[in-house]
Every structure is written in structure tokens, then in C-alpha cells.
Design a protein around this ligand. Structure first.
Ligand SMILES: Cc1cc2nc3c(=O)[nH]c(=O)nc-3n(C[C@H](O)[C@H](O)[C@H](O)COP(=O)(O)O)c2cc1C
Length: 360
């Protein structure tokens, strides 16, 4: 795919929010798939995505079940090891890992990241999660810090990654309330320059400030087109305030069918058959501990765990993606009702329409 020149902007990037966890993407009994998380399934989706020309694959990182009748996220693949195998299975697409800051020593994460970069010839990136899911950290005996401190620690974590990846090996030192690194040494350093892509996916004020200062991309889940526009404008203005630029990716769940009514009926079935216990557990977890989901409802969590629904015919869905691009989004992160089938269908039905509109 070529770079878009219109308005001086890059073309829209598109990626898949991969089913590294069981029962993606909906918190519902409807079409619940217990076997979607397997590496074989992920590999097949990744290869299909690469063939279609997708830009990136993004995992979900989970350490324990969210519960409910469907055992939401009950099984999952750890995403550093997942990325290693996915990078070895593909040749062009960018692949991310998601790291929970409290669970990793930053020197170990930097070493693993450098190794992944070399396995994938510069195609690896990292998503930094500060930690919001109390049950995961209780299980590890790790105390959760208050929200602002979590982000201070995450920012330190990113500074250490960058230092270890770019300073002369053995020369990097860091001292803060959260970390001490002396004579930091990672060799080989990553081949991606200046360093592998660094992403965050929080929208709280603390997250926005950290992204503005440290990250390359922000992944967000707006509840409407207007919200998407506001988020893009705010993140970009904050980054500009620090003399930086940041790109925005919108989390969406596209469903396209012969008629708009058919696509809407599919979403209605997901919502009608929501797993009430799992959706409540999810809402309590992200609602209590995160500053990023204040506008979501049980219904919007049930369908795509908070993704923005894009519903309609192929023309209408392509137009909604183009609209997100016009409103300042630089990429879309897609979950699918049928991952493998919809990855291929997206290539057939939607990509040519986006190309005709000059978006990709
Ligand atoms: C696209 C996207 C992907 C995310 N992936 C994960 C994940 O894999 N694991 C996780 O624990 N949290 C994940 N999150 C949660 C956020 O990183 C963030 O920590 C959470 O929304 C709490 O918000 P806050 O940190 O701003 O309070 C994701 C969020 C988004 C929007």
C-alpha cells in the first residue's frame, strides 16, 4: 500500500484486535467461541491479514478470567511469547505485545522487546498498560498504586525502555521512586529507529499526559463520531504542547451485511444475549479502576467490549471508517464477529472502497 498525500496526511492504518483471549470480541452468549484464542487460529488470521494488506496486529493481554457463564477471557496467550511466534510466522505486518507495567521489570521487558524486534526485523511494537484490573495484581501479590502514581511509574518505565534501546550499552542510568537502573545494558539494541513503536491505550487525564510526552500512538474507544473527533484533537494538541506528535487509533467493531437492518439485527442479538455476570464484572473492573470508560454502558461493553459499532452495508461501513479518518483518526483497530472470515471479507468488500475514497 502507498502513502496518502492528500492534505499531507499519511493514509489510514488498519489493524486487528486479535483474539489472544477466549470469547473475543463480545461479552455475550451469542456466537460465543471457546476456541478462538488458539495459536493456530491467531496464525491463520494473521496470515490472512497480511495478505489483505493490514498494517498491524494488536493482542489483548489478560492474566485471569473475567468470569461469567462464558468464562470471558478465561483462556489467553501471553503476548510477548505470542508476538515471537506471530513475527516468525509473518513477514510484513507489524505486531504488538501488551505489557502490564507492574508485572515486568523494565530491563527484562527491554531485553525481550529487543529480541522480538530482531525476530521480526524491526516489526515489533509495545503497548504499555499501567494496570487497572485489581484481581490480576492481587493474584500476583502486587499492590496497585493510586492512578496518578501508576502513570508516573509507566512514564519511568518508558524512559527506561528508550534509554536501554538507544544509549550506548552499559551507559544508561536511571533513578526514581519506582526504579533503579545502573549501567543499563541491552545488546543487541532494536533495529527499529529511533526505537520500536510505543503505544498506550488509556484516555484518562493521566494517560493523555503520558502519551503526549512519551508515546507514538494512542488507542482509544470513543462512543460516537463527535467523541472521536474530540479525542483526536485533544491528544494531538497535548502532544504539540510538548513539541511532539502522536497518532490516534480508534477501536471499532464493523459489521457489514446486504442491508443496514441485517447488521443492526446482529448487534441486537449480541446485546440481547449478553452474559450479564461477565459484563458486570468487566464494567465494575474498568469502571472502578480506570479513568477511561466513563461514557460506556453495559450495552456498549457487551458489543465489542466498548468498541465503536460500525454497522451497515459495505458502502456505509467504508464511509464510517472514512469519516473517522476525516475527524482526525489515523488508524482503526478492528474486532470482528468472525475473525478469519471478516478479515478476508474486509479485504474484498471494504479495502477497495476505502482505496477509491483515497483513505488507504
Ligand atoms: C484498544 C485497547 C486495548 C487495551 N488492551 C488492554 C489489554 O490488553 N490489557 C489490559 O489490561 N488493558 C487493556 N486496555 C486498557 C487500557 O490500557 C487502560 O489501562 C484502561 O483503559 C484503564 O484506563 P486508564 O489507565 O486511563 O485509567 C486496553 C484499552 C484499549 C482502548
Amino acid at each position: 500500500m502507498t502513502t496518502l498525500s492528500a492534505g499531507g496526511r499519511d493514509r489510514l492504518r488498519f489493524g486487528i484486535f486479535m483474539p489472544t483471549v477466549s470469547n473475543s470480541p463480545n461479552i455475550s452468549h451469542y456466537k460465543a467461541d471457546q476456541a478462538d484464542w488458539t495459536f493456530a487460529a491467531n496464525r491463520a488470521i494473521g496470515l490472512a491479514a497480511e495478505e489483505v494488506g493490514f498494517d498491524f496486529l494488536f493482542p489483548v493481554s489478560r492474566w485471569r478470567t473475567i468470569g461469567g457463564d462464558i468464562d470471558y477471557h478465561g483462556k489467553s496467550l501471553e503476548t510477548m511469547t505470542w508476538a515471537a511466534a506471530m513475527l516468525a510466522s509473518t513477514s510484513r505486518i507489524q505486531i504488538f505485545s501488551t505489557v502490564h507495567v507492574p508485572a515486568f521489570n523494565p530491563v527484562v521487558a527491554a531485553k525481550m522487546g529487543a529480541s522480538l524486534d530482531h525476530i521480526g526485523n524491526g516489526r515489533w511494537g509495545i503497548n504499555i498498560v499501567s494496570g487497572w484490573n485489581r484481581s490480576e495484581f492481587d493474584m500476583m501479590g502486587i499492590e496497585m498504586l493510586e492512578h496518578g502514581k501508576r502513570y508516573q511509574r509507566s512514564e519511568d518505565f518508558i524512559k527506561i525502555l528508550k534509554g536501554l534501546w538507544t544509549a550506548p550499552p552499559g551507559s544508561f542510568n536511571f533513578e526514581s521512586e519506582h526504579y533503579t537502573v545502573r549501567g543499563g545494558y541491552v545488546m543487541p539494541q532494536p533495529s527499529a529507529r529511533p526505537h520500536p513503536t510505543i503505544v498506550n491505550a488509556g484516555t484518562s487525564n493521566d494517560a493523555r499526559e503520558m502519551v503526549a510526552r512519551q508515546c507514538d500512538w494512542a488507542f482509544v474507544c470513543p462512543v460516537s463520531m463527535d467523541d472521536a473527533q474530540d479525542l483526536a484533537a485533544d491528544f494531538k494538541a497535548r502532544a504539540q504542547g510538548y513539541g511532539r506528535s502522536v497518532r490516534l487509533v480508534c477501536m471499532v467493531l464493523p459489521v457489514w451485511a446486504a442491508t443496514r437492518a441485517e447488521a443492526e439485527a446482529e448487534r441486537a442479538r449480541v446485546v440481547e444475549q449478553m452474559d450479564a455476570v461477565a459484563v458486570r464484572n468487566w464494567a465494575d473492573g474498568v469502571g472502578l479502576e480506570s479513568g477511561s470508560f466513563s461514557q460506556q454502558t453495559l450495552e456498549t461493553f457487551a458489543f465489542g467490549a466498548g468498541s465503536l459499532p460500525l454497522l451497515g452495508t459495505a458502502d456505509e461501513v467504508a464511509e464510517q471508517i472514512a469519516e473517522l479518518y476525516r475527524r482526525g483518526m489515523d488508524g482503526v483497530l478492528m474486532s470482528y464477529m468472525d475473525y478469519l472470515g471478516d478479515t478476508r471479507r474486509f479485504g474484498q468488500d471494504i479495502v477497495p472502497r476505502l482505496r477509491a475514497m483515497g483513505v488507504v
